[in-house]
Ligand binder design. Structure first.
Ligand SMILES: *[C@@H]1O[C@H](CO)[C@@H](O)[C@H](O)[C@H]1NC(C)=O
Ligand SMILES: *[C@@H]1O[C@H](CO)[C@@H](O)[C@H](O)[C@H]1NC(C)=O
Ligand SMILES: *[C@@H]1O[C@H](CO)[C@@H](O)[C@H](O)[C@H]1NC(C)=O
Ligand SMILES: *[C@@H]1O[C@H](CO)[C@@H](O)[C@H](O)[C@H]1NC(C)=O
Ligand SMILES: *[C@@H]1O[C@H](CO)[C@@H](O)[C@H](O)[C@H]1NC(C)=O
Ligand SMILES: *[C@@H]1O[C@H](CO)[C@@H](O)[C@H](O)[C@H]1NC(C)=O
Ligand SMILES: *[C@@H]1O[C@H](CO)[C@@H](O)[C@H](O)[C@H]1NC(C)=O
Ligand SMILES: *[C@@H]1O[C@H](CO)[C@@H](O)[C@H](O)[C@H]1NC(C)=O
Length: 244
């Protein structure tokens, strides 16, 4: 079963009063045949993480691969992070961005196949509680979502908008640890996230620089705040097909 989509969400979030919000979603999908994920540019134009080590996302062997690159951040909104993800799963694969995998939360981006829907591709954003590993639905601004499913192989690309790590801690605005992993999908239920890889702290805006950033502890406790901010910003995911 093969299915590829460009998911286009146009969503609005209206703030009527503090604590009261209304959301409107519109989504549609267009068939695409390919998402090309390769190692080209790794350590140069994008930060790459993978398992097993140095495996080829363009090859036929099992390879869980993620890449990310942040645009130059522009205050006060932060940076846009372009992500690629590729791996084998009959459920979902996911890439997470976090400051500290042992506390706070992780922004989790899920690319999956839905066996209740002919194995078709779907995309979700979730918040992972790093303390108790619970997943919570969350709204994060993401655009240009593209995904292809072929057998157990899932490939996807998307751009996360307005990421700012330093609103909550004393480090670069674009420094995160990247998590890779997978889980099951049963109907509408996203199963627990099983973490396969946790990277060092990486500056996503500087793929060719010293990729490992000195850890910092100050202010790490309030990571939650940045996600609250992302939540407030809501979902406005515009496909490039709409930007023409
Ligand atoms: C993927 O790569 C193939 C071969 O290089 C090319 O023909 C195709 O247009 C590419 N697809 C996309 C979506 O970039
Ligand atoms: C992967 O498998 C396909 C189909 O079996 C084959 O056509 C292709 O050449 C293989 N690619 C590599 C890199 O081995
Ligand atoms: C992972 O996907 C690749 C590409 O389709 C496939 O050749 C390989 O057999 C899959 N591995 C597993 C364990 O399913
Ligand atoms: C990130 O957030 C901090 C604190 O809110 C702010 O001072 C800084 O300007 C922001 N950076 C960017 C690039 O948006
Ligand atoms: C992020 O993308 C949005 C929407 O395409 C754009 O308006 C904004 O300028 C971008 N931000 C950065 C820092 O590139
Ligand atoms: C994460 O789980 C811990 C332990 O159950 C809980 O104390 C904390 O409030 C949770 N954090 C969030 C953001 O839900
Ligand atoms: C999978 O497809 C079913 C049937 O269309 C739908 O009810 C369910 O919400 C989908 N699950 C996900 C995770 O998108
Ligand atoms: C991550 O959190 C743990 C537990 O609170 C703490 O011991 C550790 O120093 C933190 N690591 C970083 C890099 O902030």
């Amino acid at each position: 079963m093969e299915g590829g989509f460009i998911l286009c969400f146009a969503a609005m979030m209206l703030f009527m009063a503090p604590g009261v919000k209304a959301t409107a979603h519109l989504s549609f999908a267009t068939n695409i045949s390919q998402v090309n994920i390769t190692r080209a540019g790794c350590g140069n134009t994008k930060v790459c993480v993978e398992t097993p080590m140095k495996c080829d996302p363009a090859g036929n062997a099992t390879c869980l691969f993620g890449s990310a690159v942040a645009s130059a951040p522009v205050a006060p909104n932060g940076a846009n992070v372009t992500v690629q993800l590729r791996g084998n799963s009959t459920g979902y694969i996911a890439l997470g961005l976090t400051a500290n995998e042992t506390k706070g939360t992780t922004m989790l981006f899920i690319c999956g196949q839905n066996s209740s829907d002919n194995g078709n591709f779907f995309f979700r954003t979730m918040q992972l509680n790093n303390t108790n590993q619970m997943l919570m639905a969350t709204e994060t601004q993401v655009k240009e979502i593209r995904g292809v499913v072929s057998g157990s192989l899932i490939q996807c690309e998307f751009i996360v908008l307005n990421v700012n790590a330093s609103s909550t801690r004393n480090t670069q605005d674009t420094s995160f640890k990247i998590l890779l992993g997978s889980g099951s999908v049963t109907g509408d239920v996203i199963g627990p996230f099983s973490i396969t890889l946790t990277s060092d702290l990486l500056d996503l805006a500087n793929p060719s620089g010293t990729s490992t950033v000195a850890p910092t502890t100050a202010g790490a406790g309030s990571l939650l705040h940045s996600y609250a901010l992302l939540l407030l910003l809501g979902v406005v995911a515009l496909s490039f097909t709409h930007r023409a």
